[in-house]
Design a protein around this ligand. Structure first.
Ligand SMILES: NCc1[nH]cc(CCC(=O)O)c1CC(=O)O
Length: 344
C-alpha cells in the first residue's frame, strides 16, 4: 500500500457575480489562515442562472440553476471546492457531490432598500400602489398578505443589476426587498432602510449562510472544510433544508422559516426552535407551525425539520404546494405553446 502525499493546492470556484467572488475570496482567506502551508486558488464561472435573466425565477425553479455547471467542473477535477450561498443549493445534490463545509450565518433576514433620494424607510410608509421589486415568490406571497395595497413586481438579476434597476431614472420601483446578507457582504449595508424579518417576513431556507461543496470522495477537501465549519449554522441550516426537502420545493416555492439553536447552560442539550410557513402565491392561504425540541445531534435537528414539514403538509400546506405546482405547469405549457419567454 502506498500512502498518498497530501495535496498542496485546492481550487475554490463559484459564480462570477461580485457577491460570489467576495464570498469565495472570504472562504479562501479563512482556509489560508488556518492552513498556511497549503495553496488555495480561485476560479469564477458564469452559470445558467446568470444567463436567464428575463425569465421569472419561479418558472426556472428546481433546475439547480446556479450550481450545475460548477458541479460538472468539479466532478471533472478542474476545481475542488464550490462556494455557494447555501440558499441557492438544491436540497438534493448530484451523486458524487457533498456539502462538507458551512460557514457562520450572517443575519438571515430580508431587508428593504428604497430608491435613491426617496424619504420612505419602511413598507408601511410607502404610498398605496407603490411598486416593490423582489425576486422571490416567498417574499411576494408573505408580503401581499400584510401589505395588500402595494404592488409586487419581479426584479431579477444579481445584486448590482437590481440596485441599478431600482435607482434608474425610469425605474418603476419605489423599493426592493432582498437578502440582508448579500448587501452586508458587499459593503452596501448603508443602503438598507429597515430589516424585514420574522414575524413580518420569514426568511428563505439557509438564507445568509455559505456552503462549500466538494467531491464526496475527496477526504482532504472534507478535512479542510470541517476546519472552518460553524456547527450551529450547519445544524440549523440542515434542519431547514430537511424541512424544504419534504415540502418538495426548490428556492422558488413560498416556504419561509425562522430557526434558533440555543444551549441553556454548559452540558445541557441544545434546544432547536423552528418556525415554518407555506403561503399561497396570492397570499390568501397561509399555514404556519412552530416546533421547539431538544437536539443532541445534527440528525436530530434534521428530524425536527422533517416533522415540521409534515405538520405543514397535513394542515393545508400540501394543497397550497399542489396549487402552485399546477399553476407553474400551466404557465410553462402556455409559454412553450407560444414559444415565448415569460417576462418577469
Ligand atoms: N438567489 C439569489 C441570492 N442567493 C443568495 C442571496 C443572498 C445572500 C445569502 O442568502 O446568502 C441572493 C440574493 C437575494 O436573495 O437577495
Amino acid at each position: 500500500m502506498t500512502t498518498e502525499k497530501p495535496r498542496r493546492k485546492f481550487t475554490l470556484a463559484s459564480r462570477a457575480s461580485q457577491l460570489a467572488q467576495v464570498q469565495t475570496n472570504a472562504v479562501r482567506d479563512a482556509l489560508a489562515a488556518l492552513h498556511p502551508d497549503i495553496e488555495f486558488a480561485t476560479s469564477f464561472m458564469t452559470t445558467g442562472g446568470d444567463h436567464n435573466q428575463s425569465q421569472a425565477l419561479y418558472l426556472l425553479g428546481g433546475k439547480a440553476l446556479w450550481t450545475k455547471e460548477l458541479e460538472v467542473a468539479m466532478l471533472e477535477g478542474k476545481v475542488d471546492m464550490l462556494v455557494h450561498c447555501f440558499k441557492d443549493v438544491p436540497t438534493t445534490l448530484p451523486d458524487g457531490c457533498e456539502i462538507a463545509g458551512v460557514l457562520e450565518r450572517e443575519d438571515p433576514v430580508d431587508c428593504l432598500v428604497v430608491r435613491k433620494g426617496a424619504s420612505w424607510k419602511t413598507l408601511k410608509e410607502l404610498p398605496d400602489g407603490s411598486v416593490v421589486g423582489t425576486s422571490s415568490v416567498r417574499r411576494v406571497a408573505q408580503l401581499k398578505r400584510k401589505f395588500p395595497k402595494l404592488v409586487f413586481k419581479d426584479a431579477r438579476g444579481n445584486l448590482n443589476t437590481r440596485l441599478a434597476k431600482l435607482d434608474a431614472p425610469d425605474s418603476p420601483y419605489a423599493a426592493i426587498v432582498l437578502a440582508k446578507a448579500g448587501m452586508v457582504r458587499l459593503g452596501w449595508g448603508d443602503r438598507i432602510t429597515c430589516d424585514l424579518g420574522p414575524p413580518t417576513l420569514l426568511y428563505a431556507v439557509s438564507q445568509g449562510a455559505l456552503a462549500i461543496e466538494i467531491r464526496a470522495d475527496d477526504d482532504e477537501a472534507r478535512a479542510m472544510c470541517r476546519s472552518i465549519t460553524h456547527w450551529p449554522t450547519e445544524w440549523t441550516c440542515r434542519a431547514e433544508r430537511a424541512c424544504l426537502r419534504v415540502l418538495e420545493g426548490g428556492c422558488s416555492v413560498p416556504v419561509g422559516v425562522s430557526t434558533r439553536l440555543r444551549q441553556a447552560a454548559e452540558g445541557e442539550p441544545h434546544v432547536l426552535k423552528m418556525i415554518g410557513a407555506v403561503t399561497s402565491l396570492e397570499g390568501d392561504k397561509h399555514v404556519e407551525h412552530t416546533i421547539e425540541a431538544q437536539v443532541h445531534t445534527v440528525e436530530e435537528a434534521e428530524a425536527i425539520g422533517v416533522r415540521l414539514a409534515q405538520m405543514l403538509k397535513e394542515t393545508g400546506g400540501k394543497e397550497i404546494l399542489e396549487e402552485i405546482k399546477a399553476d407553474r405547469e400551466q404557465k410553462i405549457e402556455r409559454a412553450q405553446a407560444n414559444d415565448e419567454k415569460v417576462e418577469a
